[in-house]
Design a protein around this ligand. Structure first.
Ligand code: NDP
Length: 607
């Protein structure tokens, strides 16, 4: 027996890989629903539900303003990280006639809307918070809480003078290319009809909440809200907890994804009784938060943030692990794989899967270490590969299930909560009367583009972008689309493919968009349209045929369903592969840099 076989034996590993593989397949099978994304209620502006869960802003009063009919060089839709980074990089490139149109009442995007107790970034703040060097800010904690992140968004807005031209509380209702004028017409729910030479669509991946399509969801007569519209008037307290309004309330939270993992501890502490309705458990690894060392902060040299983002990306994607990330949960899998490779005497296939089993065994072990009731502990263990679903990191979530007032309701057997009545929730054939339902049911992150963007977009000859994408999303560089001149799809699902640090990926795109727009402007070009051939080349050369590397969500044939793999539907997944760039952020940066250095604006038809 070779040494390699020794280290892979069940005895040496402490688990049986075959048994685990079987268990994963069973758990996945249990969760597959043929209705996929249609199991969720789509919140659109004309749905009867829209006002309460989508349009209403619990954090601000609505302000009146007159409709705008003016013209800008660039309109950026969305004032979250994507929109702000794009506007900031445009400003640095000398393009200052930029208006951000934002649905919230301030900048921040996801960090404007998500104010639920316990909200914090899961990627270390030094790599995740954008433009730290430019704004001269160093976060207070290794993993910042939401209020500090929201404040940072405002800091960026002030630093780059983005407030001057921004319009808030405004939902874009249509984008239409005006061929005669080589302009985009942007119409909104405020009666605006603004024109812009260029559009940067920075609506981000998580701007549209969704509700589970549970029978009776509209009938509930108690209080309810989605986690991204937290109702502190009802719960009392604030982002640090102390939800005194729940002291006499029975509360249900539906969903156990990254959001629920962060807010369940505060709910457990405050509610008279809390039911956590769980369909699939999340993997919950340790947080390892820490205060920022002021001496370290003072010692930072120019270029430190880019360097750190690069090192984080490398460590996550299997490259060298910088000491800064040796105890970061995102690198646990890479570390395990490296260890196995170092111990092996020969190159063998399947080590990555063993490393994944090892990682998840450690994470399942944390449940046993924390949760006292073994039956509850068993239900909280995630049986799938780590990146089948979004990993989470929290030091308080699991312990919450040791509280007497907190009850885990496993609804996996019925593929979700069965029904909602006027007074409560039905699960496993039993009614749970509740005062309040909190939907931690996520967002339209990878659902069909029409659902997730929610904006009708008409390009050359009035063609709808969703028609163009009927057989799957098409673009060049994940950014520009044939037949939709001067339109840049910044951020969005594509960037999720680049690595774990979304903020880094969007900055890479922001710099590229800033270059492209400033170059078009410098050359006096009115319209830049990607040729159909250039789109085809991008898909053939960079997406469809080139596997390997990191693919978010893995295969729907082996992974448990979720938004990472469009609820596990293989047919859709094949389409998703046409927007899946699996080589990581470093390769993407190199590719875009080469395109810019070439200086030919290759693939663009210019007028
Ligand atoms: P998710 O989509 O990850 O989770 C939704 C939850 O609702 C899942 O647990 C899902 O179960 C459950 N659910 C859906 N339908 C039903 C049903 N009918 N019955 C019971 N349960 C149901 O949403 P989140 O808001 O948690 O997270 C979305 C994303 O936002 C994250 O993955 C992450 O990318 C981002 N985020 C980032 C944070 C950070 O960086 N700090 C914090 C929070 C969120 P199932 O899994 O079975 O589908």
């Amino acid at each position: 027996m070779t040494k390699t076989n020794d280290i892979l034996s069940s005895e040496a590993l402490g688990f049986d890989p075959d048994a685990l593989a079987q268990r994963y397949a069973q758990e996945r099978e249990k969760r597959i629903r043929p209705d996929a994304e249609t199991q969720f209620v789509q919140l659109s502006h004309d749905s009867p539900f829209a006002n309460k869960y989508l349009e209403e802003d619990p954090y601000s009063e609505t302000l009146e303003r007159a409709p705008l009919n003016d013209q800008r060089e660039v309109i950026v839709i969305g004032g979250g990280w994507v929109g702000m980074l794009t506007a900031a990089r445009l400003s640095q490139a000398g393009i200052r006639d930029v208006r951000i149109v934002e649905s919230g009442s301030d900048f921040g995007g996801t960090w404007y809307w998500n104010r639920y107790p316990g909200a914090q970034c899961d990627i270390e703040s030094y790599s995740y918070l954008p433009l730290l060097e430019e704004t001269g800010y160093v976060p207070k904690l290794r993993y910042s809480y939401a209020s500090e992140i929201y404040e940072h968004a405002q800091r960026i807005g002030k630093h780059f003078d983005l407030y001057k031209d921004a319009v808030f509380q405004t939902w874009v209702t249509e984008l239409r290319w005006l061929e005669d004028e080589s302009m985009w017409l942007v119409t909104t729910n405020r009666g605006d009809a603004m024109r812009a030479r260029h559009i940067c669509l920075g609506t981000g991946p998580a701007n549209r909440p969704r509700l589970p399509g549970i029978p009776g969801v509209e009938q509930f007569k108690g209080h309810s809200f989605h986690t991204c519209r937290w109702d502190y008037d009802y719960t009392g307290g604030g982002p640090t907890g102390g939800l005194a309004g729940l002291a006499d309330k029975t509360v249900a939270i539906i969903g156990t994804g990254a959001t629920a993992v962060q807010c369940v501890p505060a709910l457990g502490e405050s509610a008279k009784h809390l039911y956590v309705f769980q369909r699939t458990p999340s993997s919950v690894d340790v947080r390892n938060n820490a205060e920022t060392d002021p001496l370290w902060a003072e010692s930072l040299e120019p270029g430190w943030q880019r360097d750190r983002q690069k090192k984080f990306g490398e460590a996550f994607l299997g490259g060298p692990i910088d000491p800064a990330f040796v105890d970061d949960g995102w690198t646990r899998l890479t570390r395990n794989l490296k260890e196995l490779v170092a111990e092996s005497e020969e190159r063998i296939s399947g080590l990555a899967q063993i490393a994944d089993f090892k990682t998840m065994e450690t994470i399942r072990g944390l449940v046993d270490e924390t949760v006292k009731d073994p039956e509850v502990a068993e239900k909280l263990k995630a049986y799938y590969n780590q990146f089948c679903k979004r990993p989470t990191f929290n030091d308080f979530y699991l312990d919450t299930f040791n509280r007497k007032n907190v009850e885990l309701v496993d609804v996996s057997a019925t593929q979700g909560v069965e029904a909602i009545t006027e007074t409560g929730i039905i699960a496993n054939g039993q009614e749970y009367p509740v005062d309040c339902i909190i939907y931690a049911s996520g967002f339209e992150i990878t659902s069909s583009y029409e659902r997730r963007l929610g904006i009708p977009i008409f390009g050359v000859a009035g063609k709808s972008i969703y028609e163009h994408w009927e057989a799957g999303m098409r673009s060049m560089h994940g950014l520009m689309v044939s037949g939709f001149p001067n339109l840049f799809l910044c951020g969005g699902g594509f960037v999720f493919q680049l690595g774990a640090n979304y903020a880094h990926g969007i900055d890479v795109q922001a710099g590229h968009v800033a270059y492209t727009i400033s170059e078009l402007s410098r050359r006096g070009i009115q319209s830049a349209n990607v040729s159909f051939d250039a789109e085809e080349r991008w898909i053939a050369d960079q997406l469809e045929t080139k596997g390997g590397g990191f693919v978010l969500g893995g295969s729907p044939d082996t992974c448990t369903p979720g938004y990472y793999n469009q609820e596990g539907t293989s047919k859709r997944y094949r389409n998703v592969r046409r927007e899946t760039y699996s080589k990581g952020v470093g390769a993407y940066m190199k590719l875009l840099r080469a395109w810019r250095n070439d200086g030919q604006l290759d693939g663009l038809e210019l007028k």
